[in-house]
Design a protein around this ligand. Structure first.
Ligand SMILES: C[S@@+](CC[C@H](N)C(=O)[O-])C[C@H]1O[C@@H](n2cnc3c(N)ncnc32)[C@H](O)[C@@H]1O
Length: 223
């Protein structure tokens, strides 16, 4: 079910707000600090949406394929890549049924998407299958066990159109996935969702990392 079709046109609005841009920055920094990427590596971005992370990977010289069930999200992604003259293959595909053979990609990443994938276990199995032996698999998601998790869970219970389909994970849920050797886990977004806009600074993020649970968690495996 392509639940994001209806919000594709507004999806990127979040990133143009101060909070959204900050959230994107810390989440991206965390993922890129964990991944060991080099120009020319093949990367599959699962649940790529409007291509925000795919574009960063392509900007680093990676050969990127982004897949998503939502054709509308992909259309936005295609327009943005064309505007920036980035060559990225965007394909409509379900994460639970990847069309690729085994061991194709140097890295398989999925950013803020697994919480929306109904059969997460099957999607994770597919991500592992298409990664090369020795390849990296990185999954980033909202932390169920955090203020941000509570915030989105409340949206889900209120019947918010997108979040009512989400199932949030904890770091223990991620650690239980069999994606090869778990190399590293990380967290970010220590500033809570209800903080005032001016509090969204890197200094405050560092300060709160001492006492708060990160709202966003990432795990990296090596196949
Ligand atoms: C919150 S968006 C994240 C998009 C992007 N990764 C980002 O960080 O901005 C979640 C995306 O997962 C996609 N998605 C949900 N279920 C999926 C599935 N079964 N297969 C592929 N994509 C899926 C949605 O269509 C949506 O574009």
């Amino acid at each position: 079910m392509a639940i994001f079709n209806g919000i594709a046109a507004e999806y990127d609005d979040w990133y143009s707000q101060k909070k959204g841009a900050f959230v994107d920055r810390v989440e991206t920094d965390l993922a890129l600090s964990m991944l060991k990427l080099e120009s020319g590596m093949t990367v599959l971005d699962v649940g790529c949406g409007t291509g925000n992370f795919s574009m960063k990977l392509a900007g680093m010289g990676c050969i990127v394929t982004g897949i998503d069930v939502s054709e509308e999200m992909l259309n936005v992604a295609r327009e943005k890549a064309a505007e920036k003259s980035l060559s990225i293959s965007y394909l409509q595909m379900d994460a639970t049924e990847l069309i690729y053979q085994e061991e194709i990609f140097d890295a398989v990443v999925s950013i803020a998407a697994v919480e929306f994938i109904e059969d997460t276990a099957q999607a994770v199995k597919e991500m592992f299958r298409v990664a090369k032996v020795g390849g990296q698999i990185l999954i980033g998601t909202i932390n169920a066990d955090s203020d941000w998790g509570d915030y989105y869970q409340a949206k889900k219970l209120q019947g918010n159109s997108i979040y009512r389909y989400a199932a949030f994970k904890t770091i223990d849920d991620l650690k239980a996935w069999e994606l090869g050797k778990l190399a590293e886990t990380g967290a970010c977004l220590f500033i809570p969702p209800f903080a005032a806009e001016e509090e969204f600074t890197i200094e405050r993020e560092k300060e709160l990392s001492e006492t708060m649970r990160g709202g966003y968690i990432c795990a990296l495996w090596r196949k």
